[in-house]
Design a protein around this ligand. Structure first.
Ligand SMILES: [Zn+2]
Length: 97
């Protein structure tokens, strides 16, 4: 999944989740709030670099560890911070029920 082929709403929900959970601070926090309110297109080159290095790279995954499917933004937070899997694989591998 490229970083631009997402719906803004799901992407913004994901960014809000990072903020709510306290993952971001300083420049990364300010830039992420800017992206939520104005969109990525408004970032300067330097801000875009910080956003990529401190937000996207640490907190997103290109693909599920198990099936290599791309992970939708709605599932990205759990995949990147918890189990590394898409929702489907997570349910398959966690046999609680
Ligand atoms: Zn998967």
């Amino acid at each position: 999944m490229g970083f631009n082929d997402h719906t803004d709403e799901e992407f913004n929900d994901f960014l809000n989740q990072l903020i709510d959970m306290g993952h971001l601070e300083d420049a990364a926090l300010g830039i992420t709030k800017l992206v939520i309110s104005k969109g990525e297109g408004l970032l300067s080159e330097k801000q875009r670099y910080v956003f990529k290095k401190e937000v996207l790279e640490p907190y997103t995954k290109a693909a599920c560890d198990r099936c290599s499917s791309s992970i939708p933004w709605s599932e990205m937070y759990d995949a990147a911070t918890e189990h590394g899997l898409c929702n489907y694989c997570w349910h398959v591998t966690s046999k609680d029920d």
